[in-house]
Design a protein around this ligand. Sequence first.
Ligand code: SAH
Ligand code: SF4
Length: 443
Amino acid sequence: MNVYDSARMADVLAPLGYAEAAAADGADMVIVNTCHIREHAAEKVFSELGRLRLLKQAKAERGGHLIIAVAGCVAQAEGEEILARAPFVDIVLGPQTYHRLPEMVAKASRAGGHVLDTDFPAEPKFDHLPAPTAQGPSTFLSVQEGCDKFCTFCVVPYTRGAEYSRPAAAILDEARGLAAGGVREITLLGQNVNGYHGDGPDGGAWGLGRLVRALADVPGIERIRYTTSHPRDLDDELVAAHGEVAKLMPFLHLPVQSGSDRILAVMNRQHTAEHYRRLVERLRTARADLALSSDFIVGFPGETDADFEATLRLIRDIGFAQAYSFKYSPRPGTPAAAMAEQVPEALKEERLAAIHELIGAQAKAFNGGCVGRRFDVLLDRPGRHAGQLLGRSPYMQSVYASLPETMLNTVQRLRVVEAHANSLAAVLDTDMGETDIGERACA
Ligand code: SAH
Ligand code: SF4
């Protein structure tokens, strides 16, 4: 989401004459786009600002002026504190106001002093943003923002605000424009993306399944993904879309956080581990080659050995192609931060190591199982070595192969010949038969 927001901030600033600089050194403005999801992310902001202060001083000594802006969720949550601790910051803006950046920049350069804008404006920012320009064959498209779920560990409902779904017609227009600019793969974005319920062009409310079907009909769009989804909101229509829309990639990031019903309840996730297991079963019935990824939090307040065991059991039962796991990080103002029974750091570390080991083994088995398979790969970058191109498999793995540069930005059928820790090596598949994909996932 921050990558997407940064790109949109660049779009908004382009008419003012700003273009992306290769490095902060020498730039006229630096925007630090921040994340508040875990403590570590927020801490990094202040150390980054310390470095920028030196750049600003050096530039001032040469008679220049460096504008420093802090954007994103740390700015939203701690705007006043940022200005107090780092008074050399010119602009602080939240994730819902960056369409107003041009005014803020004008104000900051004209009057000096600080500009702080962390409103949740009534008018959605999307109505004021210029149409995004295609940057390569794969791009994000934001369809939904904010969250009303209030999981007890999470700051998102406070920093990103209430759930909002963009009208389907605006999304489809944007997708057509992106496709015309060369985009082949679209990743639909939202904090709770499958909670999408936008106004449809037909006057009714559209869910994500309906939107995915409509996007699959946009000429030029060959692949569709969405992230991040919540197990509670994955409705029948979306499950069916996984089975019926070939362009919807067979890889789903579906965070579950814990395998213990007791912890899931205290987290306010509003579903059980059994619900998740059944949901995965239904998805795999709809699309046999579906592979899954997930998020896990270890050391949530009150998590016992038995609770953690239940999480490991769930991971073993489901089998993930990859997953992210995090130590629980108390976030100011969230209910879980105030809970008794905070888990000691050493135990969190121990559980994190155990979960990493299990997930790492599953990911390795998954990648290994891909050797010999044939995939359609979107080749979106030059490879590390001359004569190589790099792309993404349907399962989001990095795939590289020796291929002519003319194949850059196209989808090609490749056969995987070798699996490494973080990538797959492949060769062009000359047999133009059906892909193997369709029968089963890799593991
Ligand atoms: N909307 C998504 C998750 C968005 S946040 C969902 O409902 O699943 C991305 C991930 O960050 C979460 O899935 C969670 O695993 C992690 N996360 C969020 N808050 C956290 C916290 N306080 N401590 C540790 N991890 C956290
Ligand atoms: Fe945070 Fe996701 Fe829960 Fe919303 S659903 S509160 S974004 S973890």
